[in-house]
Design a protein. Structure first.
Length: 279
């Protein structure tokens, strides 16, 4: 599933590519992707003739604001992709469920093999009720600046193991399995350290590692791991996987201390960490 850097990369691309464009026509080839609307006609009617004014983000949900005040909410789920086609002649990818055609030419295509993602149109004030999890999102590390002292208070109050806490969307929005491992390696902290056991120096390291790791991941346009399921709006894979320090590197030498990278598997999820320099 795409994490915060991948979704933010797509948001920035979409904001440049489709903001200011008017929607001429909407084609729907799969009802599951627009399931909140119940019919292709209702979904298309909410978009056709509307202009997209900008593209924002809330957690891992993309929000394209329309000129009538409503928003097109887009969630990629496990395998969703939003692809920009310059012309209708470009080959249509398999599992394309929604095609948005612009009056100025070109299309935005929503592709989703597993169909866990979705698109729907609603009023901005209704987004949280439509997607209750959005009403309880934690801090956004790319948008919300806070002092390390406040971050330390938040950590101490939760009294939880660090990796599950970083992945708790009610604590921090958008961090998943890949970036939690990378952040903890950068901070030199183990995945099972208790959040209320950190020294002030460790709190500072963790906060800095979180912000800088995610910013670097956006800079390199996200991570595309082995299945290359994540691509940007131009169909290109990300490059941050080439800069991973620990994720997917079981048995390799740690670039910081030359210790060995280990992998722990629990609940179907792998955790990568250095046995020597993470404490």
């Amino acid at each position: 599933m795409p994490e915060l850097p991948e979704v933010e990369t797509i948001r920035r691309d979409l904001d440049k590519e489709i903001s200011g464009r008017k929607i001429k026509e909407v084609e729907v080839h799969g009802l599951r992707s627009i399931r909140r609307h119940g019919s292709k006609k209702k979904f298309a009617a909410a978009l056709e003739g509307r202009k997209i004014t900008n593209v924002g983000r809330k957690g891992k949900y993309l929000m394209a604001k329309l000129d009538d005040g409503n928003v097109l909410v887009m969630h990629l789920g496990m395998s969703g992709q939003l692809l920009r086609a310059k012309t209708a002649r470009e080959k249509m990818p398999k599992h394309t469920h929604v095609v948005i055609v612009f009056t100025q030419g070109g299309q935005l295509r929503y592709v989703d093999p597993r169909t866990f993602g979705e698109l729907f149109v609603t009023a901005p004030e209704d987004v949280d009720s439509e997607v209750p999890e959005l009403a309880h999102l934690g801090i956004d590390p790319l948008e919300d600046a806070l002092s390390w002292a406040l971050f330390g208070q938040m950590l101490a109050a939760r009294k939880a193991k660090l990796k599950p806490l970083l992945m708790d969307q009610k604590f921090v929005a958008g961090i998943g399995n890949i970036y939690s491992d990378e952040i903890l390696w950068t901070a030199g902290l183990l995945h099972d350290r208790q959040s209320d056991s950190l020294t002030s120096q460790e709190v500072r390291r963790l906060y800095r590692a979180m912000v800088e790791t995610l910013q670097d991941a956006v800079k390199y346009r996200g991570s595309s791991i082995a299945d290359e399921q994540y691509v940007d709006v131009f169909g290109q894979i990300g490059q941050y996987q080439n800069h991973h320090n620990v994720y997917g590197k079981e048995g390799e030498a740690c670039i910081r201390c030359r210790g060995t990278i280990s992998r722990l598997k629990a609940n179907g999820r792998s955790t990568y960490y250095c046995t020597d320099c993470q404490v």
